[in-house]
Design a protein around this ligand. Structure first.
Ligand SMILES: *[C@@H]1O[C@H](CO)[C@@H](O)[C@H](O)[C@H]1NC(C)=O
Ligand SMILES: *[C@@H]1O[C@H](CO)[C@@H](O)[C@H](O)[C@H]1NC(C)=O
Ligand SMILES: *[C@@H]1O[C@H](CO)[C@@H](O)[C@H](O)[C@H]1NC(C)=O
Ligand SMILES: *[C@@H]1O[C@H](CO)[C@@H](O)[C@H](O)[C@H]1NC(C)=O
Ligand SMILES: *[C@@H]1O[C@H](CO)[C@@H](O)[C@H](O)[C@H]1NC(C)=O
Ligand SMILES: *[C@@H]1O[C@H](CO)[C@@H](O)[C@H](O)[C@H]1NC(C)=O
Ligand SMILES: *[C@@H]1O[C@H](CO)[C@@H](O)[C@H](O)[C@H]1NC(C)=O
Ligand SMILES: *[C@@H]1O[C@H](CO)[C@@H](O)[C@H](O)[C@H]1NC(C)=O
Ligand SMILES: *[C@@H]1O[C@H](CO)[C@@H](O)[C@H](O)[C@H]1NC(C)=O
Ligand SMILES: *[C@@H]1O[C@H](CO)[C@@H](O)[C@H](O)[C@H]1NC(C)=O
Ligand SMILES: *[C@@H]1O[C@H](CO)[C@@H](O)[C@H](O)[C@H]1NC(C)=O
Ligand SMILES: *[C@@H]1O[C@H](CO)[C@@H](O)[C@H](O)[C@H]1NC(C)=O
Length: 825
């Protein structure tokens, strides 16, 4: 009752909803973070004291925004440490479930922060938290603090899934919980243009930069052996900068200079002594799960007193043996570079230790101003100068507010525009939030950035940062192009988008760009000998890096097949013919070279013929490459990659506690099982076991474990069902939410299909009857939002008798352009 009333309210007053803060739903007050003893939170005042110093807050599901609290006047200044986490376990770790040290995602990179509360009133964090379910507040010291209000000011609106234009329910409530995962994830990770503000504040006194992952200049990419000089004023704790960093995120040398000002009680004086220089190399000065950095070295700088609120001139000179750091003209340390040598990483950073760009970003709980930056080449020539007082610099440092409506890979991290992830995201949006404007925003963004003549000509960005500037895009090639097949995923999304919307206007606008992209990927990556996708400068995400592989080639075929239909609709028959030929020759190459009769499946690749891969199976089915016999056989061989709760990417992957199971790749497999049965004659008995594994075992792991639950889909899982990169795992990752559209498309049964007869994509209402019977489902109902407004409302009810036809009803609501074909069983 209360639920539907709330849902109605949300629909009636979107503005009121938009400005509503996120509030905890439950809390615990005690001596440590506590998940067992939560009581419901109704806005009462809570007093933390020395025997009850830890407040645990549960927001119930994923939220994102600026944490704030309102307090009564403390007796004396009191410090509190706030922690944020998606899984509960993050509250028990020193850095929460962070820090996130891969890119600056226009959010706080740190998951803990300390406030010094001196008076009554509201305190709000300077930087947003991208995504979390849990928060803790720990009173430091012996006094007490009364909190009257607490919550997050939203940086993104995440509605309850029942209030979305898309919906799905069925007789088994477990399916509803799984459907909700994608519906929540796409809300948490998609942002309106301009909604994620810069993490730097530009003032007359230069850039004010609260502690965060350093952002690097796009203009320093070719620099080497230089002297970086700038003025900095520490407002809290310390200042930080980089030299010799990579274009893609800045991996390289990193320096933190700490002040002798008052230390926060939370600061770790062992790791970060006061009045010192801490020199690190890599992502940062601390390790995080898969992101490891060199052990930091600490230099006593006591020859100079580093004061808060005082301008300092800091100079760093790179030479062949290290980095000379001086403060106010006095050399305080020479940091030898030899110990960093083994941490150089050409995938993320520069080749050597003397070249690469520079950037700025203090460490956790620190903050500083930066102004008057100069860079001089070793011959003394001034090669860069910047007063840091104009907002024009924000795109140069890739930390401008997002200029497009975009979807990121995840809410908490990486917070980058990974276009390959978006293949699932776009389809989830179309089944749930109905925010087709985000799909269009992504298409607009990709084509706006499509590369001009040069080494990356006609490619689109695959890993862009929200805050980066188009004028600097060439700097990001090739370092941000590590997954070649993400170009194909973008082509797939274009076809998916058209199939869902009939939006010929957008397609025509970018048709020339689409053709350039197809031409360039064929020219660069299609191997003329094998006829498969292979090239020395390509790396294939969908084939775990192997060349001449089934999955990327089949993904290309799939993308071409859809774009052939698009070409036909817009009347470009020459292109339809030539892409049709590309599709059939690549299909023939796969069938001729990569089917392994002995194992009864498509091979991972030419070099690993005896290994199978789930994407090889999935994409050869969806692309129509596999004959019905091969479809059936390859599905029967899925047992070769089964591990405990789901399917491994390929059979070459071992079985261990660290084996990751990907909901992204299994999402493609999941859909292909329905298609195998509905289009390619695979018997229901042959597909049902795998459909049950995915729908009833694998995906529910993201729903049923309270300590990990965020209400959103995850990035990876381990075979024991826990998050698959440990604490680092994104637990609001749309790429893991395919079940949402699969349930809407095949269980509810509303989807679009290409109708060759009329030459159009048409909406059909056509549930996978044998499958839903096999799953024991008795009824389903739901809405599927339409791009032009309105939605398709559908429901079915299966009679208990196998001989009686089920009842089915569907209608188009508030949209005159769309019809839906009801296919009786
Ligand atoms: C701290 O707060 C708890 C819970 O409100 C209360 O039971 C306890 O007596 C307080 N302790 C002190 C030292 O004030
Ligand atoms: C906290 O604020 C008080 C009052 O302004 C100040 O005296 C104290 O130095 C501050 N502590 C820190 C660590 O900044
Ligand atoms: C403080 O830093 C040291 C050195 O990095 C580390 O060993 C220690 O665990 C840290 N202490 C806390 C409480 O995080
Ligand atoms: C990070 O881990 C690596 C590898 O275990 C280790 O060599 C290095 O010292 C660690 N770095 C930091 C910053 O703790
Ligand atoms: C690099 O600079 C340091 C400190 O200024 C100096 O001692 C060292 O000799 C220099 N190395 C070379 C190779 O010039
Ligand atoms: C920078 O210095 C290194 C080491 O001395 C040298 O190998 C390199 O060629 C220099 N780079 C440039 C562009 O001069
Ligand atoms: C900027 O710094 C340079 C030294 O690097 C100094 O000569 C110059 O006066 C400074 N300019 C301003 C406007 O502060
Ligand atoms: C000094 O170095 C810069 C940057 O490497 C270069 O562009 C410039 O030509 C050099 N000037 C002289 C006089 O060698
Ligand atoms: C792909 O296979 C073809 C045919 O075997 C071979 O000539 C080519 O070198 C392979 N490409 C790569 C990048 O391995
Ligand atoms: C694949 O298996 C076949 C049959 O067992 C064997 O002859 C062949 O050497 C294997 N190929 C590779 C690359 O392991
Ligand atoms: C509902 O689905 C769950 C797993 O998702 C399954 O364990 C359960 O047996 C199903 N319930 C019924 C009544 O079929
Ligand atoms: C596309 O347009 C045709 C013709 O107007 C219409 O019948 C069909 O329902 C539309 N399909 C989609 C996916 O909107």
């Amino acid at each position: 009752m209360a639920r539907s009333w709330l849902g109605l309210l949300a629909l009636l007053s979107p503005v009121a909803f938009a400005t509503r803060n996120y509030k905890p739903i439950a809390y615990n007050l005690g001596s440590s973070p506590n998940i067992e003893g939560l009581i419901s939170y109704t806005g009462e005042s809570i007093t933390l004291n020395s025997t009850h110093p830890v407040l645990t807050l549960d927001y119930g599901a994923e939220v994102g925004g600026f944490p704030y609290l309102q307090t009564e006047s403390p007796d004396e200044a009191v410090q509190i440490e706030l922690k944020y986490s998606e899984p509960f376990g993050g509250l028990q770790l020193p850095y929460g479930d962070g820090p996130f040290l891969f890119v600056n995602g226009l959010a706080n990179s740190f998951r803990t922060e300390t406030f010094n509360i001196t008076k009554a009133g509201k305190t709000e964090a300077l930087l947003l938290q991208g995504g979390l379910r849990w928060q803790s507040i720990t009173l430091l010291g012996q006094s007490s603090l009364t909190i009257n209000h607490i919550g997050l000011r939203p940086s993104v609106i995440i509605k309850e899934t029942y209030s979305l234009p898309g919906s799905f329910s069925t007789s088994n409530a477990s399916y509803q919980g799984v459907w909700d995962l994608g519906a929540r994830a796409v809300q948490a990770a998609c942002y309106d243009a301009g909604s994620q503000r810069s993490t730097w504040q530009i003032t007359e006194d230069g850039a004010f930069i609260p502690g965060q992952y350093p952002a690097v200049s796009a203009r320093g990419d070719g620099f080497s052996n230089y002297t970086l000089e700038f003025q900095t004023k520490i407002t809290t704790g310390g200042t930080g900068w980089r030299v010799a960093g990579g274009a893609n995120g800045g991996y390289g040398a990193y320096f933190v200079l700490t002040s002798n000002g008052p230390a926060l009680q939370s600061s770790n004086i062992t790791a970060l002594p006061q009045n010192s220089l801490i020199a690190g190399y890599g992502y940062s000065i601390v390790n995080q799960t898969i992101l490891s950095s060199a052990p930091p070295r600490t230099y006593d700088v006591s020859g100079i007193s580093i004061e808060d609120n005082t301008w300092l001139t800091v100079r760093t000179t790179i030479n062949s043996t290290g980095y000379a750091v001086s403060v106010n003209g006095k050399e305080v340390a020479f940091v030898t570079s030899a110990p960093f040598q083994s941490y150089t990483n050409t995938a993320w950073g520069p080749d050597g230790l003397t070249g690469g760009t520079f950037g700025f970003g203090p460490f956790m709980n620190h903050a500083a101003y930066f102004k008057n930056v100069t860079v001089r080449a070793d011959n003394g020539t001034l090669i860069y100068s910047n007063q840091m007082t104009s907002t024009d610099i924000l795109q140069e440092y890739a930390i401008a507010s997002n200029s497009y409506a975009v979807c990121l890979d995840g809410a908490k991290r990486d917070r980058a525009i990974w276009i390959g992830d978006f293949a699932h995201t776009a389809r989830i949006i179309a089944s749930s939030s109905g925010r087709y404007d985000y799909i269009k925003g992504m298409i607009d963004f990709e084509f706006d950035w499509q590369y001009p003549p040069g080494p990356a000509h006609d490619l689109v960005p695959i890993q862009a940062y929200m805050g980066a500037g188009k004028e600097y895009r060439e700097v990001y090639y090739p370092s941000e192009f590590g997954e070649t097949d993400y170009q194909f995923f973008f082509l797939l999304t274009l076809g998916d988008y058209f199939a869902l919307t009939n939006d010929t206007e957008t397609i025509k606008k970018y048709w020339d760009g689409t053709k350039l992209l197809v031409d360039t990927v064929v020219d660069r990556y299609l191997d003329p000998v094998s006829g498969l996708m292979a090239s020395a400068d390509a790396s294939w995400f969908t084939a775990q890096g192997t060349q001449n592989a089934t999955a990327p080639t089949a993904l290309f075929v799939l993308a071409m097949n859809q774009l052939v239909n698009v070409a036909k609709v817009i009347g470009d028959t020459d292109t339809a013919t030539s892409w049709g030929q590309l599709s059939s020759s690549a299909s023939n190459a796969i069938n001729g070279l990569l089917w392994n009769e002995d194992i009864g499946a498509y091979s991972l690749s030419l070099s690993q013929p005896n290994d199978t891969a789930i994407l090889a199976t999935a994409f050869t089915i969806r692309a129509g490459i596999a004959s019905p016999d091969r479809v059936a056989t390859s599905i029967s061989r899925l047992i070769d990659v089964f591990l405990n709760i789901g399917y491994k990417d390929n059979s070459a992957t071992g079985n261990s506690a660290n084996t990751q199971l990907s909901p992204n790749t299994q999402g493609f497999l999941f859909e292909s099982l329905f298609l195998a049965h509905m289009k390619y004659n695979a018997s229901v008995e042959s597909v049902l076991p795998a459909i049950k594994v995915l729908g009833e075992t694998f995906w529910p792991k993201m729903v049923t474990q309270n300590e990990y639950y965020t209400g959103a889909s995850w990035e990876y899982l381990y075979a024991d069902g826990s998050p698959g990169i440990g604490i680092f795992t994104s637990l609001a990752h749309p790429w893991g939410g395919a079940a949402t559209y699969i349930f809407s498309n095949y269980i509810l049964g509303v989807r679009t299909e290409w109708d060759e007869g009329v030459g159009q994509y048409v909406w059909v209402f056509d549930p996978a009857w044998d499958v839903v019977r096999g799953l024991g489902l008795e009824w389903a109902k739901g809405n599927v939002p339409l791009s032009g407004g309105g939605y398709i409302q559908a429901e079915w009810n299966l009679s208990k008798s196998l001989t009686t036809a089920p009842s089915m009803a569907a209608r188009v609501v508030e949209n005159d352009d769309v019809q839906v074909q009801i296919r009786e069983m």
